[in-house]
Design a protein around this ligand. Structure first.
Ligand SMILES: Nc1ncnc2c1ncn2[C@@H]1O[C@H](COP(=O)(O)OP(=O)(O)OP(=O)(O)O)[C@@H](O)[C@H]1O
Ligand SMILES: Nc1ccn([C@@H]2O[C@H](COP(=O)(O)O)[C@@H](O)[C@H]2O)c(=O)n1
Length: 222
């Protein structure tokens, strides 16, 4: 019986950081579905699509593959070019489109099939893997998330103001939670963790306790 750990939550709540650490600690796979929406969002924005038919045709041409934790777009490894605030906005813009969601959800399920895996995103516990063994809904205040993201971006040398980061987070929160298709919301059986006042290590420990209880086999293997 696989152990699939779904971590959903708003922009900047710490999903990627926590998911990567968790997967490393447990020695299992990790899937960043946000990266998939960022790749597709940037691709469609550059393709200047204007309707569903054009989106459908562009997705048919797209070759998106996943190997050893890296994504490859038409054979080329994807790097930090998808990590800018603008690409986050493109991702959120096209994430409202049913054709895009159907395309990526199918791919995500194929990758996660029968795997011990941590999958992070917005709709993992509600849509992609509704029967996941562990569901976490990771939140933090918008200010805390903006502060963290601003620190991360400035340390990477990205020229951005705190206000720009806060506005991007507010916009994505609004778009992600108010869209008709697969909106960001806590699954009924998900465990809510508010990381505003907790360190990365403390959040990982909290989730490991849940995994220990719900995925006994994986824990024994560890
Ligand atoms: N509990 C925490 N305390 C302090 N900093 C944190 C905490 N969790 C995450 N961070 C930091 O916040 C920043 C954003 O984290 P991360 O990229 O993992 O968020 P995310 O939810 O994946 O964001 P997005 O949805 O936009 O991809 C990173 O620099 C990370 O190191
Ligand atoms: N399962 C998901 C994951 C992401 N999205 C959309 O992509 C945007 C970028 O995601 P990050 O995790 O990299 O911030 C996000 O704001 C969502 O609009 C999604 O819809 N479903």
């Amino acid at each position: 019986m696989p152990c699939r750990i779904a971590i959903d939550g708003p922009a900047g709540s710490g999903k990627t950081t926590i998911a990567k650490l968790l997967a490393k600690t447990l020695g299992i796979f990790y899937l960043d579905t946000g990266a998939m929406y960022r790749i597709v969002g940037l691709y469609l924005e550059k393709s200047d699509v204007s309707n569903d038919e054009e989106i459908e045709n562009k997705l048919k041409e797209l070759k998106l593959s996943f190997s050893d934790g890296d994504f490859f777009l038409n054979g080329k490894k994807v790097g930090d070019e998808i990590r800018t605030p603008d690409v986050g906005i493109y991702a959120s813009k096209y994430a409202k489109n049913e054709i895009v969601r159907r395309y990526l959800t199918k791919l995500q399920r194929e990758i996660a099939e029968n795997e011990n895996i941590v999958v992070e995103g917005r709709d993992i516990g509600t849509v992609v893997l509704p029967d996941a063994e562990v569901k976490i809904f990771l939140v933090a205040t918008q200010e805390a998330r903006a502060k963290r993201r601003f620190k991360e971006l400035t340390e990477k040398g990205v020229k951005v103001t705190y206000e720009q980061v806060l506005n991007e987070i507010k916009l994505r929160d609004k778009q992600d939670s108010e869209r008709n298709v697969a909106p960001l919301r806590k699954a009924k059986d998900a465990i809510l963790i508010d990381s505003t006042k907790f360190s990365i290590e403390e959040v990982v420990q909290k989730i490991l306790e849940v995994v220990k209880e719900k995925c006994k086999l994986l824990w024994q293997r560890e």
